[in-house]
Write a protein that binds this ligand. Structure first.
Ligand code: PEP
Length: 258
């Protein structure tokens, strides 16, 4: 079980899915189950659903997130959405640097760093995603990749700026593949991530940052992942679209030590 300093966060990433009506239905179900959740709950929805889901979640503890943002405040950036537009529409969080954006849209650590600056300035809780590909894992580059992504993504910020920071360790080989990292693999990587955070800003900072695991989290494996000392929550893709599965993930159970 993670430190009591860090409240577990169960965040759904709906990706490019659901109609408005489906979004509203799913958000209602999440809201209705929030009181019995085992931690803080968030849904990161497509831009088009933000306003409607914000209306559903009004007055509930469920946080609303976007899946990306652009770092400029306004202007001639056709197709982009700023951090200020997200807060105006009702968001409190934003996923940054998801591996799908890094791979499909060539997002670099430098871009993630600029997006992080904009998110923090707007008061959003950033969920910064990092993780290695299968090839990188198989060629023993995992630690180098994580170190580079953390250093590049968080460059130039003081610990006080990063008080809301959430990091999501998402091994690319586990995202949407049904191949979950074992609890031991997740714990090993999370411990490494925390050591990198300590290297940047000290132990106190590192022990305050929530590090989520993402990659084929399901109703069946969430308890054993959440039992790891440095796993402070989950970023959930596919299973967050299935009401029963996500509600079970929200209500993960603490496994007792054997
Ligand atoms: C994700 O989208 O961040 C993710 C982890 O997806 P999935 O749970 O489907 O692997």
């Amino acid at each position: 079980m993670s430190s009591p300093l860090r409240r577990p966060l169960l965040a759904g990433n709906w990706k490019m899915n659901l109609t408005l009506a489906q979004s509203v239905d799913l958000a209602r179900a999440v809201k209705d189950a929030a009181a019995s959740a085992s931690g803080e709950v968030a849904v990161c929805v497509p831009f088009t659903a933000i306003a409607a889901v914000a209306e559903v979640l009004r007055g509930s503890p469920v946080k609303l997130g976007a899946q990306d943002l652009y770092w400029e405040a306004s202007g001639a950036y056709t197709g982009e959405i700023s951090a200020g537009m997200l807060t105006d529409a009702g968001c409190q969080m934003a996923i940054l640097g998801h591996s799908e954006r890094r791979k499909l849209f060539s997002e670099s650590d430098e871009w993630v760093n600029k997006k992080l600056g904009a998110a923090l300035k707007a008061g959003l809780t950033p969920i910064v995603c990092i993780g290695e590909t299968l090839e990188e894992r198989e060629t023993q580059k995992t630690w180098r990749v994580l170190e580079t992504q953390i250093a590049g993504g968080l460059k130039g910020f003081a610990p006080a700026d990063l008080s809301k920071l959430v990091v999501a360790y998402e091994p690319v080989w586990a995202i949407g593949t049904g191949k979950t990292a074992t609890p031991a693999q997740a714990q090993e990587a999370h411990l490494f991530v925390r050591a990198q955070l300590a290297k940047l800003h000290g132990e106190g900072f590192a022990s305050s940052v929530r590090v989520l695991y993402g990659g084929s989290v399901t109703a069946e494996n969430v308890d054993s992942l959440m039992a790891q000392a440095d796993v402070d929550g989950a970023l959930v893709g596919g299973a967050s679209l299935k009401k029963d599965a996500f509600l079970r993930i929200m209500g993960f159970r603490e496994l007792k030590a054997a």
